[in-house]
Ligand binder design. Structure first.
Ligand SMILES: C[S@@+](CC[C@H](N)C(=O)[O-])C[C@H]1O[C@@H](n2cnc3c(N)ncnc32)[C@H](O)[C@@H]1O
Length: 255
């Protein structure tokens, strides 16, 4: 059976694409926060590798601010849209997009001031593979650079666990159901999307994602195990302090 990432992002990319497009509205603020957070940590990137870049939400914004960015992703469909967006923004000479798998980062040789992995794009594989992905991101981070990971905080999610919900998503109706397994610390979520029509809704399709959730201390320890010397934790890219029930987790890890 195909891994869920193949099904969700390569075989049926359109179900999630709507969500990616809606999140474009937040990309400018997130990127400005990201650069400010890096500056607070003494890093002013001129080169960046955005791992699992999707439609280039952050890559295009970074390029617009003078950073030379390479975005990698497994979805040709999303990469095509990323290139189109970079072209429209007039930053295509500073933003390149490549089909590549985060599990192969260790095979590359180049290094970047910033390696980013944003919007819960980590934890997709078994624990050993996730550790290898982290090690690959460490290998690609320049000595005076930083890795930034932004993802859900397990402790915050479990403090207010919602097995079902109807999150807002533009003009679509989205119905989500989630299941958390404490033995594996994985959360499997099924997202069913219904597009709004004149008289009601049309079923568009569903997406299942199965993500390993991390507690902050656990992910920080994994970063140190991967080789990072300094690890700072926040509740968001805006640098908000991490609290027990923060729903997001941001890791800034420096070699
Ligand atoms: C939740 S989206 C985040 C996209 C982007 N970072 C953003 O903030 O908009 C997850 C992305 O991970 C990509 N992805 C999944 N598995 C991958 C892998 N093994 N290597 C590279 N990208 C992957 C998907 O195609 C998708 O674009």
């Amino acid at each position: 059976m195909a891994h869920w990432t193949e099904t969700a992002f390569r075989e049926r990319p359109d179900v999630f694409r709507r969500h990616l497009e809606d999140k474009l509205a937040e990309a400018t603020a997130e990127t400005e926060d990201l650069l400010a957070l890096l500056a607070d940590n003494g890093v002013e990137p001129t080169t960046a590798l955005d791992v699992a870049c999707g439609i280039g939400r952050h890559a295009v914004e970074l390029a617009d601010r003078g950073v030379s960015v390479r975005g990698i992703d497994i979805s040709e469909s999303y990469l095509g849209r990323a290139r189109e967006r970079a072209d429209e923004r007039g930053v295509i000479e500073r933003a390149t997009f490549e089909r590549a798998d985060m599990r192969d980062l260790g095979d590359r040789t180049e290094e970047y001031d910033l390696v980013s992995n944003l919007w819960t794009s980590f934890g997709y594989y078994d624990d050993a593979t996730n550790r290898a992905v982290l090690r690959g991101m460490y290998d690609r981070t320049a000595d005076d650079g930083a890795l930034v990971i932004e993802l859900v905080n397990r402790e915050g999610v479990l403090a207010d666990f919602r097995p079902a919900g109807v999150p807002e998503d533009g003009d679509a109706l989205v119905v989500e159901s989630a299941d958390y397994d404490p033995e594996t610390a994985r959360m499997e979520t099924t997202r069913r999307v219904f597009a709004e029509t004149d008289g009601g809704y049309d079923y568009e399709g569903e997406m299942v994602y199965d993500v390993r959730l991390y507690a902050p201390a656990e992910l920080a320890a994994s970063c140190r195990e991967a080789g990072f010397a300094d690890v700072s934790l926040y509740a968001g890219l805006d640098g908000a302090p991490l609290e027990r029930e923060s729903t997001r987790l941001v890791v800034v890890a420096e070699p």
